[in-house]
Design a protein around this ligand. Structure first.
Ligand SMILES: Nc1ncnc2c1ncn2[C@@H]1O[C@H](COP(=O)(O)OP(=O)(O)O)[C@@H](O)[C@H]1O
Ligand SMILES: N[C@@H](CC(=O)OP(=O)(O)O)C(=O)O
Length: 552
């Protein structure tokens, strides 16, 4: 593995290994977060480790240790007075010591970019912490140390500091605190949403701590909840409040002016404005941390580094022939994320759109790939379809009025029931006396609750309607050019006719860039493949398309 190792005598500027993806420099904010522990106030702490005391080595110089990059002579002084980019690295980008070293190399390749770095938890740490928490509830205090997922988290982080040549003390306090927390959960036999957020926050806190220790003395570590990320108190899915922007800008910019060192920030985390407790921004929320910092500081670009070459025409796990989408609008990216494309957090485009800051999705495993550039506008002339998103395991309700209510009261009453029960609706198709809806499975927490909630909603709806509950459905969302909706419909119709799949509901927003088909789960994957082939793999445009584009 190539890690750019700098010596004191080496020239100050490194040659960028990533070609600028657009006309100018790649500019963004990179967040690698660190902290001293999830609890309690921790102010900014400047790391004063002596870079010369740790010998720099090429990656794994024979003793399994990835030497810390030698940064002698590479102070951030003289690099300008403004932070200019955010670089966010997801769990897949920092899943091991080798990956952290790669990412460090990537960042140090662009010292002139003056990045803010945002980091997620290593690999599958968040999932493992959640599972460990669930197991702790039922296993008894004396068995906590045997929880498999806890041991995986512990060994991954210890192995990482060992391989990076860092002292274990970098994370030891946090590991101790984490074990205590799991024992506390075991003792209480309860895992509240608040405790769950606190539990998972250790993931980001440990990754950023390790990373900033590895980057040595050109970085400072920040816990998002200590630098102004103020959120609602909705644990597990908190919203960022407006007060965050000036607070984060003041802190990061103010500190940078005093001492220009790369800020490394924990993704995913905030502080509830009422509770003062650690909150999380919903799964994948580090993207939102990055765009929030981008807007707060008015940066030139926000980069989110993933394990794929950008936003693709569909999830490569569902269909491996997916292709990179080079350009997207904020609106398209939002729809895509909202309808379940895991690649971006659904709320993450909002700050970027409001601040009009381009977002670039890049591959940390393949930095030379140009990635996807997301901006306010793009040339839509030749665009028909952008991406296909599949969301499985969806529940659908078919609700037909018993005509007890007047026609005008029916829909209002149906949606009032959803509002009362806090049930989120994804897709809707209506007539005056009937309505079909799909429910968002991500809004429901556990299996028992799903059935309980569904029974309740059906019971309420049956007071005014005949209700059919349809489970194991899938939503296939076609994100594309609204101007081409007839063409999309026409082409989709042909695919459906050929495949013989029965569509149970179609929903399309009037001005939106998406159309959703609801089909049985068992038909979904094959249909996505057929649609992908029709829209993205037919070399020659069909006659209809060609004519349509000519007319357009
Ligand atoms: N349309 C899509 N384009 C790209 N990736 C997608 C898409 N839909 C789903 N994915 C999945 O999203 C993953 C990247 O997002 P994520 O797991 O959040 O990355 P990270 O942990 O690096 O932030 C990919 O590995 C891919 O499996
Ligand atoms: N670690 C958190 C936050 C996050 O954004 O992760 P990632 O960037 O790996 O999707 C999660 O798994 O949800």
């Amino acid at each position: 593995m190539a890690i750019p190792v700098r010596s004191a005598a080496a020239p100050r500027r490194l040659v960028p290994s990533i070609p600028p993806a657009s006309s100018g420099h790649v500019r963004g904010l990179a967040c690698f977060g660190t902290r001293t522990g999830p609890r309690g106030a921790r102010g900014l702490s400047m790391v004063v480790a002596d870079s010369t005391s740790r010998r720099a080595k090429q990656a794994d110089g024979g003793d399994g240790v990835l030497g810390a990059p030698v940064l002698g002579g590479l102070g951030m002084e003289g690099l300008g007075d403004q932070l200019s980019v955010v670089m966010k690295f997801g769990g897949s980008s920092v899943s091991s010591a080798a990956r952290m070293a790669e990412v460090a190399g990537l960042i140090l390749t662009f010292p002139e970019e003056r990045p803010v770095v945002v980091l997620s938890a290593m690999g599958k740490t968040t999932n493992n912490l959640l599972l460990a928490g669930e197991k702790a509830v039922g296993c008894g205090v004396i068995h906590v140390s045997e929880i498999e997922e806890w041991n995986m988290v512990k060994s991954l982080h210890i192995k990482t500091v060992d391989e990076l040549g860092l002292p274990r003390s970098v994370i030891q306090d946090m590991l101790d605190e984490l074990e205590q927390l799991l024992k506390g959960i075991a003792m209480m036999k309860e895992l509240t949403p608040r405790t769950s957020d606190y539990l998972v926050s250790f993931g980001e806190c440990m990754s950023t701590r390790i990373f900033s220790a590895y980057l040595n003395k050109i970085r400072v570590k920040y816990d998002a909840f200590d630098i102004g990320f103020i959120t609602t108190d909705e644990f597990g899915n908190a919203d960022i409040l407006e007060a965050t922007y000036p607070a984060v800008a003041k802190r990061l910019h103010g500190d940078w002016i005093q001492d220009p060192a790369i800020p490394v920030v924990t993704g995913f985390l905030g502080k509830g404005w009422k509770s003062g407790a650690v909150t999380t921004l919903g799964r994948g929320g580090s993207d939102l941390t990055a765009t929030t910092i981008g807007k707060a500081l008015g940066l030139r670009e926000i980069q989110v580094w993933k394990d794929v070459d950008g936003v693709l025409t569909c999830d490569p796990n569902i269909y491996p022939h997916a292709k990179t989408v080079p350009y997207l609008t904020f609106e398209e990216a939002t729809e895509l994320a909202y309808f379940g494309a895991q690649v971006l957090h659904p709320q993450s485009m909002r700050p970027a759109r409001e601040g009009d800051i381009p977002v670039r999705v890049k591959n940390s495993y393949n930095p030379k790939a140009p990635g996807t550039l997301i901006t306010r506008q793009r040339d839509m002339d030749k665009v028909v379809l952008t991406s296909i998103v599949l969301k499985s395991n969806v529940t659908m309700l078919d609700i037909v009025s018993t005509r007890m209510l007047g026609q005008y009261g029916f829909l209002a009453r149906v949606f009032a029931i959803f509002e009362d029960l806090c049930i989120s609706v994804d897709c809707v198709a209506t007539s005056e006396v009937s309505v079909s809806v799909s429910l968002d499975p991500s809004k429901i927490w556990s299996r028992e609750l799903i059935q309980q909630e569904l029974d309740h909603v059906v019971e309420e709806l049956e007071k005014i309607a005949i209700v059919r509950l349809l489970q194991q459905r899938a939503i296939i969302s076609l994100i594309g050019n609204v101007e081409q909706s007839s063409l999309i419909l026409e082409k989709t119709g042909r695919v459906l006719r050929k495949s013989g799949v029965n569509v149970q509901m179609i929903s399309q927003g009037a001005s939106k860039v998406n159309m959703s088909l609801i089909v049985h789960d068992s038909d979904a994957k094959a249909l996505v493949e057929a649609l992908h082939q029709a829209f993205f793999e037919d070399d020659v445009l069909s006659q209809v398309e060609a004519e349509n584009l000519l007319v357009g």
